[in-house]
Design a protein. Structure first.
Length: 266
């Protein structure tokens, strides 16, 4: 006996069911439009399958990026394109554009942003971190004070090794604001051990308002400071920023815009 021919309606529902079972939800949602395109654009079977799977791949990548950004804990959604290089002549734009290629990650190299407050160190650090996350890398952002406090708490609670594994994990670790706040007890030692375990394995971006020559005063221990710098600078790009306050200029521009708006209404 010949098997009954499956109706097109049943075949369509079965196809959607298969996609749902495989958790290809984006492809299932896109199926009607792709089938319409098969008819209107006369797509081949291969072209139709490629278009359907492209929808699913795009959705999967978007979900993964959302997950990576959630883990990264970036305090702002800044990208490198948001940085106004014209407003901050102290920044070498060519150097930043080269860092934005993320080639330094392949060498497990580090980046140090050094300069006074407000010149754009944090914004550039976040921009590079965002680029790394978008490129598929695991990234984590923290401040030096928070990192040291977290390590100190972990040591007290008997979770030191777990804490060290956490900070060793990301392909790129951003440590912001070194020198802005005093480190808690044993903070210098904790920071050194994080840097040491990442040495030659993964990259770290560190921003600080303290010149490299003055690190011993920040850590209160010249030996720890020297050992940390030895590891950080072995493979590193040091970006010294000596220019006007990027943040204050942005505030001034915003205030000027508000004044102009008020004047135009008067």
């Amino acid at each position: 006996m010949t098997q009954p021919v499956m109706s097109e309606a049943r075949r369509y529902q079965q196809l959607r069911a298969h996609l749902g079972y495989l958790k290809l939800d984006a492809a299932a949602d896109a199926l009607p439009k792709v089938l319409d395109a098969v008819r209107t654009e006369q797509l081949s079977l291969t072209a139709a399958l490629e278009r359907l799977l492209d929808v699913e791949v795009t959705a999967t990548e978007a979900r993964k990026l959302t997950s990576r950004l959630r883990f990264a804990c970036l305090p702002e959604p800044w990208t490198i394109t948001d940085f106004d290089f014209a407003a901050q002549p102290g920044v070498d734009e060519k150097l930043i554009r080269d860092l934005a290629t993320l080639r330094f990650l392949d060498d497990a190299a580090n980046v140090l942003f050094v300069g006074p407050p407000g010149v754009g160190k944090t914004m550039l650090s976040i921009g590079l971190a965002r680029a790394a996350a978008e490129a598929g890398h695991r990234v984590y952002f923290t401040t030096a004070a928070d990192l040291a406090a977290r390590c100190h708490k972990a040591a007290i609670e008997g979770r030191w090794n777990t804490c060290m594994r956490f900070f060793a994990g990301p392909r790129l670790l951003v440590i912001d604001e070194l020198g802005y706040l005093p480190l808690p007890e044993d903070g210098a030692s904790a920071l050194f051990q994080v840097i040491n375990q990442r040495y030659l394995k993964s990259s770290t971006i560190l921003s600080t308002n303290v010149g490299i020559a003055d690190w011993a005063s920040v850590f209160g221990d010249a030996t720890v400071a020297a050992a940390m710098l030895d590891r950080l600078l072995h493979r590193a790009t040091v970006v010294g920023i000596d220019g006007p306050s990027y943040r204050l200029r942005a505030h001034a521009n915003h205030a000027s815009t508000l004044r102009q708006a008020v004047a135009s209404r008067a």
